[in-house]
Design a protein around this ligand. Structure first.
Ligand code: UDP
Ligand code: MG
Length: 322
């Protein structure tokens, strides 16, 4: 009896990628053509692109029955776009890959081999970050260090979103309901047997990166606050320490006044203490605010993304899987 063919979904978030999307598809399709024993689908997510990306994607769909296009109603960000793709992927294995060819599609067969060997998650770990500035490399390293120290989960270093997930891992991921989606953390949180495969990350084939440092900073905050309450604890420990210190200083001042009388001076020390405590309090309130803000966002339970349209080749089945 012939075994049922395994199925593979490729999830590709794309935002303003008109310069590379065709080349990406050409290379990916070539790789998928070589996989004789696997049926595949390619799910492109158009994340509210403002260029010709959607037109190009629809054209690709005309020429390749494996292609589906999820057109989001606006730009929701890569994390939401990936979530949309994972929600609609039907394969036994799902691979998330960037559209800009920084993650070479030629590595897909190797990832599948690890999956067939029994791993649920295959993470691609970059050895090089060619084409990225020294500052970005340094900040990335700092982030992983902080994250590793604070969180209960371990986010493997230099592992991006390029990875394979088994059906079981995808279904597990889909159960996580949070609105603020730090995917690297969520991927790590679900666990399952994981294989790290090193690879050389190419520079962007064409087009420009969608990240800036402000974006990255917020992304890092997101990562830390979604997976760790350490900053909250730190705020209370800082508070405790300063309270102890203030108490000791208070005794010292009182003692001095009793022994030597109190000839009024003390403006500088008073100022220092007031300013220091004021700053500390603002900082602590800010930390609390970060968490409160996220609770506010979670509380609203808004959908993670909105679909404008799900383009599929051929007959449209009744929309029960949307
Ligand atoms: N992307 C997206 N929505 C966004 C920003 C980026 O879908 O709001 C996609 C983008 O098209 C690309 C991937 O996410 O396929 C990675 O983006 P980029 O190359 O800009 O990030 P970098 O590789 O510099 O981290
Ligand atoms: Mg990139």
């Amino acid at each position: 009896m012939k075994k049922k063919k395994a199925t593979l979904s490729i999830v590709v978030p794309a935002y303003n990628e008109q310069e590379v999307i065709e080349e990406f598809h050409r290379r990916t399709a070539t790789v998928l053509d070589t996989l004789a024993d696997i049926d595949s689908e390619i799910i492109y997510i158009n994340d509210g692109s403002r260029d010709a990306t959607i037109a190009l994607l629809l054209k690709l769909m005309q020429g390749d029955a494996r292609v589906q296009v999820l057109d989001l109603s606006r730009n929701f960000g890569k994390e939401a776009a990936m979530t949309a793709g994972l929600d609609h992927a039907r394969g036994d294995a799902v691979i998330v890959i960037d559209a800009d060819l920084q993650d070479p599609p030629e590595l897909i067969p190797g990832m599948l081999r690890e999956w067939q060997a029994g791993y649920h998650v295959v993470c691609m770990q970059r050895l090089t970050r060619d084409g990225e500035s020294a500052l970005k490399k340094a900040t990335a390293r700092g982030f992983y260090a902080v994250m590793g120290r604070m969180g209960q989960i371990r986010v493997p270093e230099n592992v991006g979103d390029f990875r394979l997930l088994s059906r079981q891992a995808v279904d597990a991921l889909k159960q996580l309901p949070e609105r603020t989606r730090f995917m690297k953390g969520l991927f790590a949180w679900v666990g399952y047997s994981t294989k790290l495969v090193p690879y050389k990350r190419d520079p962007r084939h064409a087009g420009v990166t969608k990240w800036n440092y402000w974006g990255l900073w917020n992304f890092a905050l997101e990562g830390i606050t979604s997976f760790s309450v350490a900053p909250l604890k730190m705020a209370s420990y800082f508070g405790m320490l300063t309270a102890l210190f203030s108490m000791a200083y208070g005794f010292f001042v009182l003692g001095k006044a009793f022994l030597y009388g109190d000839p009024v001076p003390g403006y500088p020390s008073l100022m220092v203490v007031v300013l220091f405590l004021g700053g500390l309090q603002l900082l602590a309130i800010g930390v609390v605010g970060e968490y409160l803000g996220r609770m506010f966002i979670e509380l609203k339970q808004r959908p993670l993304y909105l679909l404008n349209q799900h383009h599929r080749a051929g007959l449209q089945p009744p929309s029960d899987c949307d």
